[in-house]
Design a protein around this ligand. Structure first.
Ligand code: AFP
Length: 329
């Protein structure tokens, strides 16, 4: 089985990007170690602090954010970083080739119940000249790499550099990532969807009708039964979609008119959309392709509908969208 380093070399990944991806992978090994020790390391529970999202920070949110900031600051290929846990962008170097956006511990509300959590990262080219928030506001199409690390029964790294999606499993004996799937592929069709049903009354009509038809199963217009899953950690739900197909969605809702969307564009929706499209799936807000969005601010939130291409198309039909264009690979 190829190691991560052997794989990056075999794909002809240039040294600076290979160095950055190695930094991210190595840091995820340390995060995996911290997550695994949980209560034994005193890393569970919440802090007194709130992040820019207005969410109470878990201890592990802060610990993992600091680990990634330290590692990326020490990496000469990194010009700047943006994190879910940082109010503003952080300039870390004068000459690095890359900007890194990340959610250090996605699904952190799962930490205290020992459920799935992960790290999500997105790598953008660093423009020349002064660094500002504007430097980061690039559409998802500009990403040079994206991935996630899922801290589950196995620690797994899913990665794309635009040449499909590769999956690596961390060998606990050697602490080495080994290539366990060289081309993840999302089935075009599915009978499985993931949504937080408790928000049903707050959804827009197209999503209410789409989900109602899924629930009608064989007696409804879809004429087949559907299964539902909800992990409450995007990394876990997207990994399931990449592994066996499915549709994952966090649609717009009017539960809190000041916050019509939940998922963050720069470090959740864009990296996951890159992975999903590279595996043959689709990713849309319901009205536009996620990776075509011109970001307006670093912590911007969007609606997300992603997964099996034909099922995303079916959902977009309810939104009155033309679904004829093929996913760009
Ligand atoms: P946390 O990191 O605050 O747990 O949020 C995780 C997340 O951003 C995403 O990973 C999940 O899909 C979604 O929120 C879960 O949202 P609900 O808690 O509303 O189900």
């Amino acid at each position: 089985m190829q190691t991560l380093a052997q794989h990056l070399s075999s794909q002809g990944i240039q040294a600076p990007l290979a160095q950055l991806l190695t930094t991210l992978a190595d840091t995820s090994k340390a995060i995996s170690h911290a997550v695994r020790h949980g209560a034994l390391a005193g890393v569970l529970g919440a802090t007194e602090q709130e992040n820019v999202q207005g969410e109470t920070q878990k201890k592990l949110d802060v610990i993992t954010n600091d680990m990634l900031k330290e590692a990326l600051t020490a990496d000469s290929t990194v010009r700047g970083l943006a994190s879910e846990e940082e109010d503003h962008i952080v300039e870390v170097g004068q000459s690095g080739d890359f900007l890194v956006c990340f959610d250090p511990l996605d699904g952190s509300s799962n930490i205290d119940i020992n459920s799935l959590v992960g790290t999500i990262f997105s790598v953008l080219p660093a423009p020349q000249g002064e660094l500002s928030e504007q430097s980061f506001l690039q559409p998802g199409r500009q990403q040079v790499a994206a991935g996630y690390v899922l801290y589950g029964p196995s620690t797994m790294l899913a990665l794309t550099t635009g040449q499909g999606v590769q999956l690596f499993t961390l060998n606990p004996e050697t602490n080495e990532y080994l290539l366990t799937n060289e081309a993840m592929s999302i089935s075009k069709d599915t009978a499985e969807f993931a949504i937080n049903m408790s928000n049903q009354r707050f959804w827009e009509a197209p999503m209410q009708t789409y989900i109602a038809d899924l629930l009608l199963g064989k007696i409804g217009p879809r004429e087949k039964s559907f299964n539902m899953r909800w992990i409450a950690a995007m990394v876990g739900d997207v990994h399931r979609v990449l592994s066996r197909g499915g549709l994952f969605t966090y649609p717009t809702d009017n539960k809190n008119p000041e916050k019509p969307y939940k998922l963050r564009l720069m470090y959740e929706a864009n990296p996951m959309s890159f992975l999903v499209e590279q595996a043959g799936g689709k990713a849309s807000t319901g009205y536009e392709t996620i990776m075509d969005i011109q970001p307006s601010e670093i912590h911007q939130r969007v609606a997300v509908i992603l997964g099996s291409a034909n099922e995303v198309d079916a959902c977009l039909e309810y939104h009155g969208q033309d679904y004829s264009e093929e996913p760009s690979l």
